[in-house]
Design a binder for this molecule. Structure first.
Ligand SMILES: [Mg+2]
Length: 372
């Protein structure tokens, strides 16, 4: 089975509601859809992030994809290593974060292709799953305390066990919103994500104020460039700390573990470079006695399906992982239904990543990108 063709298509995905976080307000996002065909008629599908320019990165992905032509998907690990070595590292442009974000789309499509070729779900190719169901959090949406409170009511009515919300949006707003949400959700788990909003001193002060709302953890309170800053905050507060944007590479995972800078690693295939790198990253965290919480930011159901495979594989998986497709106006996955019930999702054992695209929705998203 030889790879014959690779297609890369930018898709513009509007969100149902403006997405409010410490980095601003987002109304849509774009992904690059990656499709890799082989001479047996199978097509592996993946996606990756597009910042700062979807067209430019689509061209880069097409360039990298030339190295796959004529090769087998079952050479995935060596192919990804070769691409990184020859296209990034060899020129001194040793930028593993950037490379990982591109490789993630290719690697995801290659695993889908391997699974389809073998007629097995990807988790079977990793030796089978550790669990049948993967847990996901409910992601509160809203730009006011009232909207967040109303969404928290919806979460309670749905029986959601884990609630996640953004902070880092202003001291008064953070306190009022968190208080309102905690009063509504009772004893449900609560996660607070500051998305790098604070300096060390502000993080320590804010987390001490938020501690009374009993969060599971506060995620990425300080800037992603400093793992020591996370460690400094963690040593000063009584709330567990999660490392998210500080962790994009295996070296980052190791450094967070080695320096005890966090209590949990929040990481997704879009950052670490795909499915197999996630397994390796989780092993490093496991050795440090830590869990991994799957991170999914500005991703469609394609990544949800890849992350679900990862969730089935990892022994040290958190119970409230991130899921993002439901925030988009359109769903590009025709089947299966990716809606968690009371925070749990168990997808059917289908070959590869286990989904069928809604081709009509894909064409609309591609045209939206081209014409809007
Ligand atoms: Mg986060």
């Amino acid at each position: 089975m030889k790879i014959t063709n690779i297609r890369v298509t930018p898709l513009k995905m509007p969100l149902r509601k403006p997405y409010v976080w410490a980095q601003g307000v987002t109304e849509h996002f774009t992904v690059n859809l990656v499709e890799i065909e082989d001479d047996s008629g199978h097509c592996g599908i993946g996606e990756c992030t597009t910042a700062p320019d979807p067209r430019a990165l689509a061209e880069v992905l097409r360039h990298l994809g030339k190295r796959l032509i004529g090769r087998s998907a079952f050479e995935c690990t060596a192919l990804c290593r070769t691409i990184f070595q020859t296209e990034f590292k060899a020129y001194g442009a040793n930028n593993p974060r950037f490379a990982n974000q591109l490789l993630a789309g290719l690697e995801m499509a290659l695993w889908d292709l391997m699974g389809k070729s073998a007629g097995r779900p990807v988790y079977d190719l990793f030796g089978g799953s550790h669990r049948d169901e993967v847990g996901y959090f409910y992601f509160l949406q809203g730009s006011t305390v009232e909207e967040l409170a109303a969404d928290a009511e919806r979460a309670v009515n749905l029986g959601e066990p884990v609630i996640y919300m953004k902070v880092g949006l202003g001291e008064d707003f953070d306190i009022q919103a968190t208080a309102a949400v905690r009063s509504i959700i009772g004893n449900a788990s609560l996660r607070l994500d500051a998305n790098e909003a604070w300096d060390v001193a502000t993080a320590i002060r804010m987390i001490k104020k938020l501690e009374r709302f009993d969060p599971d953890f506060v995620e990425q309170p300080t800037g992603s460039g400093s793992i020591p800053a996370l460690a400094q905050v963690r040593m000063a507060v009584g709330v567990p700390i999660a490392a998210d944007q500080a962790v994009f590479t295996l070296n980052d995972v190791y450094e967070v573990c080695r320096t005890q800078a966090a209590d949990i690693i929040v990481l997704g295939p879009r950052e670490i470079g795909g499915i197999q790198p996630m397994v390796k990253a989780a092993a490093v965290a496991e050795a440090a006695g830590m869990k991994v919480c799957i991170h999914s930011s500005f991703t469609t159901g394609i990544t949800t399906c890849a992350e679900h495979q990862i969730g089935r594989i990892l022994p040290n998986l958190d119970y409230g992982n991130q899921i993002m497709w439901q925030l988009m106006r359109d769903n590009i996955i025709a089947e299966p239904d990716l809606t968690p019930r009371q925070g749990k999702l168990s997808l059917p054992a289908k070959p590869g990543l286990g989904f069928e695209l809604n081709r009509e929705a894909v064409v609309e998203a591609a045209e939206r990108f081209t014409h809007e």
